[in-house]
Design a protein around this ligand. Structure first.
Ligand code: UGA
Length: 435
């Protein structure tokens, strides 16, 4: 009989994993402790924006018209324990308040709530991003299988991962996970078997590398600013070297979101506990280059409105989410910049295609507009802070007619300077003082 899978924690990772497992042909039961979330998911609806996820849920959630019926949801750990051969723990591990370390309480609660009900042989698989050494502490027949999915590409990253990493301690655990991932492995995804610590480390090391790559190019942007260079051309040229590669070399206001910033901090904190803090001191610099970018964008905006003060100045902000194709505003560089300018007295109006509700919740005192055109009306400067494709399709001439002064600052190096200048804009991009 086919394996029965449960997914514990149906946030952004868990909801995607549950739908993907159903798509791979398994019977799946998703569990969350928040009843409202379960109610929504049981109707095939998702509590966040992720392209394609609602469609995939609609294909499999039991009770939906024409669905396979392979996916159901519950709030009961007893039901989950009774149902599953393999239990995936997908709860989040946010940064602890006032500390670098990550908060393991959701993971610990998930294990503690499931364990007493496990009355038949089952494998518990951790997918959450945890400090190295965590798996060792958690009881149960366990495996660790870190996730590598990106918001905006979550379904593809789950169904066609560029690698599957499993930390195991028994042949049975490896065998079960090979069965779970038989389809992507047959389609070419490499399957890497490791011990627990290595599996945990792969995830944090990967995110640290990506953060380092972004901060590297942002450090080059700082040098380009000082030397009149062009960081976009520099990145293009570097990217042609196969050993370097062109991805994650887009300079701008830096990285944010629920993963990269907290993961590098949790990694530093854990290395400190292990006595290996020196190995990761460079991540402190990575973090600090990244945070400087936000401040630099505020300085550029101040310069644009006359260099003295934001008081009485209207600032339009295009983008609120930490990246496009997501409604996530956690540690969003765009919202941070908007907030800093607002706190310095600027009249800030924000527009984002999908992140308005979340942005309003986090920063209710900012102004919000229903479209890019509405946001820029009467603006003394326009800041492009999240590279939604919608913003690349804007008509610069139409916007120029609506603003008070046509100055555009591109914080994501994603707009074409020529097109905007032709329409009468003063265009300035980060790390490209002359471009
Ligand atoms: C990141 C990793 O890319 C995933 O592999 C990982 O699974 C995930 O964290 C996680 O730990 O769960 P995500 O947070 O969705 O995924 O976002 P990224 O696509 O990595 O982007 C992070 C930030 O870097 C964004 O704010 C983005 O705007 C910024 N970025 C990205 C740049 O500033 N420049 C670039 O060249 C690329």
């Amino acid at each position: 009989m086919a394996l029965r899978i449960t997914v514990i924690g149906t946030g952004y990772l868990g909801a995607t994993h549950a739908a993907a497992m159903a798509e791979l042909g398994f019977e799946v039961l998703g569990l969350d402790v928040v009843p409202e979330k379960i109610e929504l998911l049981s109707k095939g609806r998702v509590p966040m924006y992720e392209p394609g996820l609602e469609e995939l849920l609609g294909k499999h959630v039991a009770g939906m018209e024409g669905s396979s019926g392979r996916l159901r949801f519950t709030t009961s750990f007893e039901e989950a324990a009774d149902f599953g051969d393999v239990h995936f723990v997908c709860v989040n591990t946010p940064q602890k308040q006032g500390e670098y370390a990550c908060d393991m309480s959701y993971v610990e609660n998930a294990f503690a709530s499931l364990a007493p009900h496990l009355t038949r042989p089952a494998l518990v698989v951790g997918k959450s991003t945890v400090p190295v050494g965590s798996a060792d502490r958690l009881a149960a027949e366990l495996a660790w299988n870190p996730e590598f999915l990106r918001e905006g590409f979550a379904i593809d990253d789950t169904l066609r991962p560029d690698r599957i990493v499993v930390g195991v301690r028994s042949a049975r655990a490896e065998e079960l996970l090979r069965e779970v991932y038989a389809t992507p492995v047959a389609e070419g995804s490499p399957f890497i078997v490791t011990d627990f610590p290595t599996a945990e480390l792969v995830k944090t090391a990967a995110n640290s590398f990506l953060a380092t790559k972004i901060s590297f190019i942002n450090a080059m942007a700082e040098v380009c600013e000082a030397a009149d260079g062009d960081v976009a051309k520099l990145a293009e040229a570097l990217g042609h070297d196969d050993r370097i590669g062109g991805k994650f070399l887009r300079a701008g206001i830096g990285f944010g979101g629920g993963c990269l910033p907290k993961d590098i901090r949790a990694f530093m904190a854990r290395a400190g506990e292990l006595g290996a803090d020196q190995a990761l001191t460079f991540l402190r610099e990575v973090d600090s280059v990244n945070m400087r970018r936000r401040g630099h964008m505020v300085e550029l905006a101040l310069e644009a409105v006359g260099n003295t003060s934001f008081l009485g100045k209207r600032v339009a902000v295009l983008g609120a989410t930490f990246k496009p194709d997501s409604d996530d505003v956690r540690d969003s560089p765009a919202l941070n910049v908007a907030g800093q300018i607002h706190l310095q007295g600027g009249q800030v109006t924000v527009y984002d295609p999908k992140g308005m509700d979340n942005a309003r919740r986090v920063f209710p005192t900012l102004g919000y507009a229903g479209s890019a055109l509405e946001a820029v009306r009467g603006a003394d400067v326009v800041l492009h802070l999240t590279e939604w494709s919608e913003f690349r399709e804007l008509d610069p001439a139409e916007l120029a007619a609506a603003v008070s002064t046509p100055i555009l600052l591109d914080g994501r190096n994603a707009l074409d300077p020529e097109v905007w200048r032709k329409a009468g804009w003063t265009f300035r991009a980060m790390g490209r003082p002359r471009a």
